[in-house]
Design a protein around this ligand. Structure first.
Ligand code: 5GP
Ligand code: ZN
Length: 106
């Protein structure tokens, strides 16, 4: 399967992880739109949010919360996002964590 995030998971594309465990990996977006722009990525290849199982989502959410705290975005404002239904560039489930973000922004 020709999937960039699977290749990163398998070490075929070298990547420095911000966080890693057996289920989840986190690394900076290659094209950040904010000073902090992390991707929280399921190690399991899940092609769309609609396909995600509760267990995988719970594991990603737990690490997402940890990253929000560790980056300091807890107090600076953040936005989280998932593209799906064909809006995603990479069809391997990941959550964008972006910030700082203010309430005055769209
Ligand atoms: P999406 O699939 O959520 O629409 O967007 C995929 C995101 O992954 C984009 O924000 C893009 O900048 C990022 N991206 C694409 N290729 C790579 C890569 O090889 N490494 C990293 N770290 N990010 C990537
Ligand atoms: Zn994949």
């Amino acid at each position: 399967m020709d999937c960039i995030f699977c290749k990163i998971r398998d070490g075929e594309i070298p990547k420095e992880f911000t966080y890693e465990d057996k289920d989840v990996m986190v690394f900076p977006d290659i094209n950040p739109i904010r000073p902090t722009h992390l991707l929280i990525v399921s190690k399991k290849h899940i092609r769309d949010f609609l396909d995600v199982d509760e267990d995988s989502l719970a594991k990603m959410t737990k690490i997402l919360k940890k990253m929000i705290k560790e980056t300091g975005l807890e107090k600076k404002g953040y936005r989280i996002g998932i593209n799906g239904g064909g809006a995603q560039i990479i069809s391997h489930l990941h959550i964008h964590l972006m910030g700082p973000w203010s309430k005055h922004e769209i």
